[in-house]
Design a protein around this ligand. Structure first.
Ligand SMILES: O=C(O)C1=C[C@@H](OP(=O)(O)O)[C@@H](O)[C@H](O)C1
Ligand SMILES: C=C(OP(=O)(O)O)C(=O)O
Length: 743
C-alpha cells in the first residue's frame, strides 16, 4: 500500500530517547514525509546505530546539544525520571522557537519539572502521553504504525502556546492517533486507575506469592487466572518504578479506595456473604463486557465512518422453515422489575437479550439488585423486596427504551432516594408528561426537561396517595407506571383505559402473588401486599414475529412456522389485521405458559388486499404498524389507518418515517395526522433511513422481498434493542438482508 505522504509539517524533528515510543514516533513521521529531517539522540551507541540502519531516523547524535541545533520540534521520549535532567540540559541551550513535547506516562511531575527548568520557554512545551505500550521494547521494535487508532492524550496548560499545541496535535494525527486534550490532573487520575494500579497489583501479587511459597512449587499449577491476571508483571521494572514515583499522589488515592473495597470483599468472604460476592462479580462482569465492546469498537470502527450501520436488502426471495424469535420485550422488562421487588429468587427463561431489556437489568443492578445472566435467555434475579432498592451512584441510563423509562418512573417516584433517568437521543425526544403529570397528582415530585422530555429528575422520600386515573390515551406504559407507583401509595390506585392495551403488568403482578383487581377497563392495586419470587418463562415476542408474518405473507411460495409466540389477546392485532387483508395464518399447539397464552404460528403466502383498519385494533397492534405498512404496500388496493397518532411519538415518528421510506421506493403512501393511506403496487429499490428506529429498519428489510431492486437502509444499529439476531434469522429462512459489505 502506498504510504500516505504530505508536505512536511516541520523542518527538523529531534527525538530524544530511541526506545519503542520515541523510535515509533520518529519512524512514523519519517515514513510519512512529515519532517525534512529526523535526528535521533540516545545514550546507547547500539541504539543509535540501529536507528539509522532501520530507517527510524536520518541521522543520530550522541550529544543533546549537537542534536538540537536548528531543531523545530524536540520530542522527549526518555524514561520519566530522566525527564528532569534532560529538561535542565535543554534549558542551557539556544533552542530558538523550537516546540518541545514529551511522551511521559505521568504528567504532573514532568510539567512541574518543565516549568522549573524552562522558564519563559515553558509556553512552547506541550505535554503529551501516547497510550500505546507493548510487550516489545527498544528501537528494534519501532513501528511507524504503532499509534494508529491509539489514544494520545495532550495536557496543555493555560500558558501553552496555541500554535505549539496545534503543531504537536497535528503530528500525532498524522500518525493516525486519536488525540484528546485533558487537564494534567485528570490525566494522572485516569492513568493511575486504568494502568498504574493494575500494574501495581500484578507486580505485587506475583511477588507476594513468590516469597510466600517455600519452593515456588505452586507456580507449576498457576495456569489460567494467574497467568492472565499477572501478564503485565512482565513489564519493564525500571520504567514502572519511575512511573510510581512520578505519579505518587494519584496512585495513592486510587490505591486507598481500592484497599477499602478489598476490605469489604474480605469481610464478605469471612462472613460467607455470597450475596455480596455475587453482586460484585456480576456487576464487574457486565462492566468488563461493556469495556471490551468499547475497546473492540476502537479496533474495528474507522474514525472516518460514522455510526451508520447500513443494511442492504436484496430483492426477491421466498421463506421456509421453523424459527423461534427472541423473547417478548414487554414481558422481559417486567420480569426484571417485579423479580427485583420480590422476596426470594426469581428465575427467568427466554429473556430477551436485547439492549432495551439489558438497560432495565442495568438500572436494577445500579440500585443494588444482584442479577445473574442473561445467559442463553436465563436470568436469576435476587429480589430485594418492595423496600430494598438502594440509591444508584449516578443517573440511570435507559438507552433507547421508552418502556424502561416510563415504568421505572412510577416505581422510583415512591422510593426514599432521588433518581435521574436519562436516555439516548431518540428517547430524549419522547413525551414524559403522560407519566409525570398523573404521578404528580399522586404526590410525586418530578422534573422533566423542556416540553416534558427526558431527563426525568425524581425526588425521593415522597408519600404517594392512590387515585383513580382516566387515561387520555391507550398506553400500557402509562397504565403500568401508575400501577407500580400504586404498590407504594396510600389507598387504592385505579387506572381506566380508553381501549384495551397489553396487560402483562397485571398478569405478572398476579404471578408474583400480588392482588390486582380488573373490572372492565379499570385495573386497581393497593399497597400493603408483597411480591413473592416465581419462575417466569418468556414467550417469543409477537412484535418480532410480526416481521416474519408479513414476510411469509408477501413473498411467493412461502411457508413458515414461528414457534412459541406469545398470543396474549392484547397483542394479537397484527394477526387480526393480516387476516382481514386475506393473510393465511393459523395458530397451532395453543397452550398457556406461566400465565401467558402461547402458540406456534403457521403462515403461508397470500394475495393480500387493502382494508380500512378497524380503529379498535390499533392499540393491539401498536408496534406492528411499520411492517403492516409494508404489507399494505404489497396488497391490492388501498389501506387506510386512522386513530394511530401514538405512532408519531415512538422511537421515531413512525408515520412520517415510513411514508418517506415507502415513497423513496416508489410506493404511494400519504401520511395523515393520525394515520396513513397506502395504495398497493410495485415496490422499487431505494435508499431509506430508519432514523435509529429498530422497527423501521426491519420493516424495510422485509419490503425487499417484493422489491425490484436492492433497498439500502441507513441507521440500523438499534435493531439490537429488540431483535439482536434479526439478520441471522433472516438468512436462515430466506430473507436476503445483511450488513452492507458482508453479503
Ligand atoms: O408496556 C409496554 O411494554 C409497551 C407499550 C407500548 O407503548 P405505549 O404504552 O406507549 O403505547 C408499546 O409501544 C411498547 O413497545 C411496549
Ligand atoms: C415503542 C417501542 O418500545 P419503547 O416504547 O419501549 O421504546 C417499540 O419497541 O416499538
Amino acid at each position: 500500500m502506498a504510504e500516505h505522504r504530505s508536505a512536511p509539517l516541520v523542518g527538523r524533528l529531534v527525538v530524544v530517547g530511541l526506545g519503542l515510543i520515541g523510535g515509533s514516533f520518529a519512524k512514523g513521521l519519517r515514513e510519512r514525509g512529515m519532517c525534512r529531517e529526523v535526528v535521533g539522540v540516545d545514550l546507547d551507541a547500539e541504539s543509535r546505530r540501529l536507528a539509522v540502519q532501520l530507517g527510524v531516523v536520518d541521522r543520530c547524535e550522541s550529544e543533546l546539544a549537537a542534536a538540537c541545533v536548528g531543531a523545530d520540534v524536540i520530542m522527549l521520549a526518555v524514561p520519566i525520571l530522566a525527564m528532569e535532567k534532560v529538561l535542565a540540559q535543554l534549558a542551557d541551550l539556544d533552542l530558538g522557537a523550537a516546540v518541545l513535547t514529551d511522551a511521559g506516562s505521568a504528567k504532573g511531575n514532568v510539567v512541574r519539572a518543565a516549568r522549573r527548568a524552562l522558564g519563559e520557554r515553558f509556553a512552547r512545551f506541550v505535554p503529551g502521553h501516547p497510550i500505546a505500550g507493548s510487550e516489545k521494547s527498544g528501537v528494534e521494535a519501532a513501528n511507524g504504525k504503532l499509534y494508529r487508532r491509539h489514544k494520545v492524550i495532550l495536557t496543555p496548560l493555560a500558558e501553552t502556546d496555541a500554535g505549539a499545541l496545534a503543531l504537536v496535535d497535528g503530528l500525532w494525527r498524522a500518525l493516525d492517533a486519536d488525540v484528546e486534550h485533558m487537564s494534567v490532573e485528570h490525566h494522572d487520575e485516569v492513568l493511575a486507575a486504568t494502568s498504574h494500579l493494575p500494574h501495581l497489583l500484578a507486580f505485587g501479587l506475583v511477588d507476594s506469592l513468590a516469597h510466600q511459597s517455600e519452593n515456588l512449587e505452586i507456580f507449576r499449577y498457576a495456569a489460567g487466572g494467574f497467568r492472565d491476571f499477572t501478564r503485565i508483571a512482565g513489564s519493564d521494572p525500571l520504567m514502572w518504578h519511575d512511573i510510581f514515583l512520578a505519579n505518587r499522589e494519584a496512585v495513592l488515592r486510587i490505591l486507598d479506595r481500592f484497599r477499602s473495597d478489598l476490605d469489604v470483599l474480605r469481610e464478605a468472604v469471612d462472613r460467607g456473604d455470597g450475596h455480596h460476592l455475587l453482586g460484585v462479580f456480576t456487576r464487574a462482569r457486565v462492566a468488563r463486557e461493556h469495556f471490551s465492546k468499547i475497546l473492540a469498537q476502537r479496533a474495528y470502527v474507522d474514525a472516518m465512518h460514522s455510526n451508520d450501520l447500513i443494511f442492504l436488502a436484496q430483492p426477491g426471495g421466498s421463506l421456509s422453515g421453523r424459527i423461534r424469535v427472541p423473547g417478548d420485550k414487554s414481558i422481559s422488562h417486567r420480569s426484571i422489575m417485579l423479580g427485583s421487588l420480590a422476596e426470594g429468587t426469581t428465575e427467568v427463561e427466554g429473556f430477551l437479550e436485547g439492549e432495551d431489556a439489558l438497560a432495565t437489568i442495568q438500572a436494577f443492578r445500579d440500585m443494588g439488585v444482584v442479577i445473574e445472566g442473561p445467559h442463553h435467555g436465563r436470568v436469576t434475579v435476587h429480589g430485594v423486596g418492595l423496600h430494598g432498592l438502594k440509591a444508584p451512584a449516578g443517573p440511570l441510563y435507559m438507552g433507547n427504551s421508552g418502556t424502561s423509562m416510563r415504568l421505572l418512573s412510577g416505581l422510583l417516584a415512591a422510593q426514599p432516594f432521588d433518581t435521574v433517568l436519562t436516555g439516548d437521543p431518540s428517547l430524549s425526544k419522547r413525551p414524559m408528561n403522560r407519566v409525570a403529570k398523573p404521578l404528580r397528582e399522586m404526590g410525586a415530585v418530578i422534573d422533566t426537561g423542556p416540553e416534558g422530555r427526558p431527563p426525568l429528575s425524581i425526588k425521593g422520600g415522597q408519600r404517594l396517595t392512590g387515585m383513580h386515573y382516566e387515561m387520555p390515551m391507550a398506553s400500557a406504559q402509562v397504565k403500568s407506571c401508575l400501577l407500580l407507583a400504586g404498590l407504594y401509595a396510600e389507598g387504592p390506585t385505579a387506572v381506566t383505559e380508553p381501549a384495551p392495551t397489553r396487560d402483562h403488568t397485571e398478569r405478572m403482578l398476579r404471578g408474583f402473588g400480588y392482588p390486582v383487581e380488573v373490572q372492565g377497563a379499570t385495573a386497581q392495586v393497593e399497597s400493603g401486599h408483597k411480591l413473592t419470587a416465581t419462575h417466569i418463562e418468556v414467550p417469543a415476542d409477537i412484535s418480532s414475529a410480526a416481521f416474519f408474518l408479513v414476510a411469509a405473507s408477501i413473498a411467493e411460495n412461502s411457508e413458515l412456522v414461528l414457534e412459541h409466540v406469545g398470543i396474549n389477546p392484547t397483542r394479537t392485532g397484527v394477526i387480526d389485521i393480516l387476516k382481514l387483508m386475506g393473510g393465511d395464518i393459523t395458530l397451532e399447539n395453543q397452550r398457556e405458559v406461566g400465565g401467558e397464552p402461547v402458540a406456534d404460528i403457521r403462515v403461508r403466502s397470500a394475495r393480500l388486499k387493502g382494508i380500512e383498519i378497524p380503529e379498535d385494533l390499533v392499540p393491539l397492534a401498536i408496534d406492528e404498524f411499520p411492517v403492516l405498512f409494508v404489507a399494505a404496500a404489497c396488497a391490492e388496493g388501498r389501506t387506510v389507518l386512522r386513530g394511530a397518532e401514538e405512532l408519531r411519538v415512538k422511537e421515531s415518528d413512525r408515520i412520517q418515517v415510513m411514508a418517506d421510506g415507502l415513497q423513496a421506493c416508489g410506493v404511494k403512501a400519504e401520511p395523515t395526522p393520525d394515520g396513513i393511506v397506502i395504495d398497493g403496487g410495485p415496490i422499487g429499490g431505494g435508499e431509506v433511513w430508519a432514523h435509529g428506529d429498530h422497527r423501521i429498519a426491519m420493516s424495510f428489510s422485509i419490503a425487499s422481498l417484493r422489491a425490484s431492486a436492492p433497498i439500502r437502509i441507513h441507521d440500523c444499529a438499534n435493531v439490537a434493542t429488540s431483535f439482536p439476531n434479526f439478520l441471522a434469522l433472516c438468512a436462515q429462512v430466506g430473507v436476503r438482508v445483511a450488513r452492507e459489505g458482508e453479503q
